[in-house]
Design a protein around this ligand. Structure first.
Ligand code: TYM
Length: 336
């Protein structure tokens, strides 16, 4: 019997490449937690549909996201790595959860408010509004204990906990109540050109976004062009020095030294040295991941085979949970 705690997490295939925040905030934790957890990793393609996508591009982005998980160290023979739409129970459980979620409660989700305000209320779809309940379904289908995510997803995991407790109270013990796992450092990486905004795959301009699959020279150039702050002192201070603080966070995440130790290293040295070191550290980690991901993408048939086998395993677990949920809320069992 598997005694390890269950982990579930996912990323949206909403761009051609993951960005440095996805890597530092989530993927590094995922890789490390595989040893201690029964881990399930999902490419959440249904979530990507909550904002407009080009169908042909989306299809390639789904494979590219899966390839980057594997290239960064997710082992699909140890962990379960699958595509969300291959397991219909996600959308089905999301429907049930929608029925126990308050309209006001969903309206308070900051990610919805941010995304909806960008395009106006008519551009914001019902799907975008229901994004958090689909995410709750992802997590709750698998009796998940731990959900490693970046800081921006904390509110969604809190909602998931509330929904699990609410369902359990109304219909009897059904769901495990999950915990968010958020790193103390690196949980929020900021845009290099606008270091008070979170770095995002869907940023309007990509000049401040460092992509995992970019050419090493392009990555180094972007980092060297990062916006820094007034003064010359390399010091962590989010209020006064957001640009430098962001670079220190990145360097600490890639190089392993604490931010305090880094501040000491840079006494008497300037921003140029810091940027050069950040660029080197990031490129040396990303370069092999990039090559491996491109290799995997050369054989889409094999990638699809891996995703298929893993979806079968996910379906087994998810269908069981969904059957219990349908039974608890009073639906008739389906004839087999
Ligand atoms: P997505 O694709 O937007 O982000 C994937 C992961 O990357 C983290 N992240 C960041 N961390 C630090 N700094 C940043 N600038 C940064 N940008 C993104 C996110 O916190 C996330 O962990 N809603 C999820 C996808 C999802 C999910 C789930 C996650 C759907 N269902 C179930 C966990 C469990 C998301 O934000 O994807």
């Amino acid at each position: 019997m598997n005694q390890k705690p269950r982990l579930f997490s996912g990323m949206q295939p909403s761009a051609d490449s993951l960005q440095i925040g996805n890597y530092v905030g989530a993927l590094v934790q995922w890789r490390n937690m595989q040893a201690t957890h029964d881990a399930i990793f999902c490419v959440v393609d249904l979530h990507a549909l909550t904002v407009p996508q080009d169908p042909a591009l989306l299809r390639t982005q789904i494979r590219r996201t899966a390839a980057q998980y594997i290239a960064a160290g997710i082992d699909p023979s140890v962990s379960t790595l699958f595509v969300q739409s291959h397991v219909p129970a996600h959308a089905e459980l999301a429907w049930v959860l929608n029925t126990i979620t308050g309209f006001g409660e969903a309206s308070r989700m900051t990610q919805f408010k941010d995304k909806a305000s960008r395009g106006g209320t008519d551009a914001a779809s019902l799907g975008l509004f229901a994004y958090p309940t689909l995410m709750a379904a992802d997590i709750l289908l698998y009796d998940t204990n731990d959900v490693p995510v970046g800081d921006d997803q904390k509110q969604h995991v809190e909602l998931t906990r509330d929904l699990a407790n609410r369902f359990n109270t109304r219909f009897g013990q059904t769901f495990v109540v999950p915990e968010p796992v958020i790193l103390p450092e690196g949980a929020r990486i900021y845009d290099l050109q606008n270091p008070i905004a979170k770095m995002s795959k869907s940023a309007i301009s990509d000049s401040g976004v460092v992509w995992l699959l970019d050419e090493p020279a392009a990555t180094a150039k972007k980092i060297r062009s990062a916006v820094t702050d007034a003064g010359r002192e390399v010091r962590f201070d989010r209020g006064e020095k957001p640009g430098v603080s962001n670079l220190l966070t990145i360097l600490s995440s890639f190089g392993g030294s604490s931010i305090t130790a880094l501040e000491e290293t840079y006494v008497g040295r300037g921003y140029g040295d810091l940027k050069k070191d950040v660029a080197e550290a990031v490129v040396s980690v990303f370069e092999p991941i990039r090559s491996r991901a491109l290799e995997l993408l050369d054989d889409p048939g094999e990638l699809d085979r891996i995703l298929g086998v893993n979806a079968d395993r996910a379906n087994e677990i998810a269908e069981d949970t969904l059957a219990t949920v349908y039974d608890r809320v009073g639906l008739l069992p389906r004839r087999r």
